[in-house]
Write a protein that binds this ligand. Structure first.
Ligand SMILES: Nc1nc2c(ncn2[C@@H]2O[C@H](COP(=O)(O)OP(=O)(O)OP(=O)(O)O)[C@@H](O)[C@H]2O)c(=O)[nH]1
Ligand SMILES: C[S@@+](CC[C@H](N)C(=O)[O-])C[C@H]1O[C@@H](n2cnc3c(N)ncnc32)[C@H](O)[C@@H]1O
Ligand code: SF4
Ligand code: SF4
Length: 320
């Protein structure tokens, strides 16, 4: 069967599944307000997919795309009750690179079940090592719980990386402490440039803290050299003289659309070919393979040529 490809040679190999569009934190850059929730309900159509329906959709996507990896995200994916069962089901399809992006609050309880189910690696979001700044960023307390979650995942034998969104005027003073925490734990950390999504659409500039600014801050403490980028990666990486690897996801300063291989599936059975797209393409009720192909080709057209251009949907709603 002919591979679904665009004229840049891009195809879909990584499936990012948003399992749920609710969350137990309300991060300032993601959630509209303290009690956000469904203000932007553009994609909240119908009922969430049941685990069986979701597994069937994954099977059909995998048959067509020969997926290399899956990342479970959200909203907060650890609120999805049947995650271990889902992971087990997907692993049986032969997809063994199975990853999770989480805020880590519920990780302490779930880490060993996730490992047993076959999860490969976890990216934990952590924007501060200081409880007050954590609260300011997340609008909830939870630093200690998140740190315990990271410990539990490591104890269970799961590889962990840290993601830290850096916002000018709010938590740039956390770059050095976060880097130190990660180095002490021997974890890779990636700092994220803020993205103009949801309520930040058109307003993100005020908070933008660039890759260059992050590197400048780090250079006051460490010497570092660049690491060769891997194809389709979101992050650029560097290694400090002490051997610690850190990265920056520079959506604005150093975009990575040219070899993007990511397809998104939300909790309602809609696909998106690009994080910049507000247009859901429903594949939930499609059983005809030719129609699935058409939908995937349509989704591939949503990809950007150069960089992320902003979205009215927040990560909470499209799936981060
Ligand atoms: N523009 C853009 N940014 C993305 C995309 N996927 C992830 N990101 C950015 O990368 C951040 C971290 O994403 P993760 O869920 O950790 O996934 P990842 O970076 O692909 O993970 P690794 O495979 O471990 O490198 C997100 O919060 C976004 O800022 C994408 O498809 N497009
Ligand atoms: C939407 S969250 C979903 C998974 C989980 N709740 C978590 O926080 O890891 C996925 C990632 O998106 C990032 N994110 C959300 N909104 C963002 C924004 N406006 N700019 C940059 N990153 C953002 C978060 O920091 C997190 O690392
Ligand atoms: S970034 Fe993750 S933890 Fe924070 S509000 Fe969004 S979905 Fe929740
Ligand atoms: S903005 Fe779109 S094309 Fe660019 S990396 Fe993100 S998902 Fe891929």
């Amino acid at each position: 069967m002919e591979e679904i490809k665009d004229h840049f040679g891009r195809t879909f190999k990584t499936l990012r599944i948003s399992l749920i569009n609710t969350c137990n934190l309300a991060c300032t850059y993601c959630s509209y307000s303290n009690d956000d929730d469904q203000k932007n309900n553009a994609v909240n159509k119908g009922n969430n997919l049941k685990t069986k329906e979701l597994t069937d959709l994954i099977i059909r996507l995998h048959e067509r795309l020969n997926l290399g990896s899956i990342r479970f995200t959200g909203g907060e994916p650890l609120l999805y009750k049947e995650l271990p069962a889902l992971i087990e089901g997907v692993r049986k399809l032969g997809i063994t690179d199975l990853n999770l992006t989480t805020n880590g609050l519920l990780l302490q309880k779930q880490a060993s079940a996730l490992k047993a189910a076959g999860l490969t690696a976890i990216n934990v979001s952590l924007d501060a090592t200081d409880p007050l700044t954590f609260f300011m960023m997340a609008r909830r307390h939870g630093l200690e719980q998140t740190l315990k979650g990271i410990d539990a995942a490591l104890h269970a034998g799961i590889t962990v990386k840290i993601n830290s969104v850096i916002m000018k005027g709010l938590n740039e003073n956390q770059v050095i402490p976060l880097l130190k925490y990660a180095a002490d734990q021997q974890l890779i950390i990636r700092f994220l440039e803020i993205m103009a999504m949801g309520h930040l659409h058109g307003k993100a500039d005020d908070y933008f803290f660039s890759q260059a600014e992050i590197l400048k801050l780090i250079s006051t403490r460490h010497r570092f050299t660049p690491v060769q980028r891997t194809k389709s990666a979101t992050a650029n990486y560097w290694q400090t003289e002490a051997g610690h690897i850190f990265g920056i996801i520079a959506n604005e300063s150093q975009p990575f659309c040219t070899d993007c291989d990511r397809l998104r599936l939300d909790a309602y059975g809609n696909i998106y070919g690009c994080l910049s797209s507000n247009q859901p393409i429903s594949i939930r009720d499609i059983s005809d393979p030719a129609l699935l192909d058409l939908s995937l080709k349509e989704a591939l057209k949503q990809k950007q040529t150069i960089k992320f251009t902003g979205s009215k949907l927040s990560m909470l709603h499209i799936g981060g």
